[in-house]
Design a protein around this ligand. Structure first.
Ligand code: ZN
Length: 91
């Protein structure tokens, strides 16, 4: 992640993120994985591929949760929703 002139660009995909999404990603990255207690939301399956905001490891989708294969951090559904609104996100 890097921030320039208020915009945050995902360092792995080059995608411009909203400020709120970027802040939330930063918070996840700086929080121990065990601190996340977001409930699963199986009805909200999302497509696409995900990268961990902390270590850029691939993340897998399981039962509606986006989970890092490396550190077990999870992306909450509310954040995933913000991220999928980014148009033309490279795959
Ligand atoms: Zn990770």
């Amino acid at each position: 992640m890097s921030s320039e002139t208020g915009e945050t660009i995902c360092s792995s995909t080059g995608t411009e993120l909203s400020r709120a999404a970027a802040d939330e990603l930063s918070e996840i990255a700086s929080t121990p994985a065990s601190a996340d207690s977001s409930p699963p939301s199986p009805s909200h399956r999302r497509g696409g591929r995900w990268r961990c905001p902390a270590d850029v490891a691939p993340m897998v989708q399981d039962m509606g949760l986006i989970t890092c294969v490396s550190c077990d951090r999870r992306l909450p559904g509310s954040l995933v929703y913000q991220l999928i609104q980014v148009p033309d996100h490279p795959r």
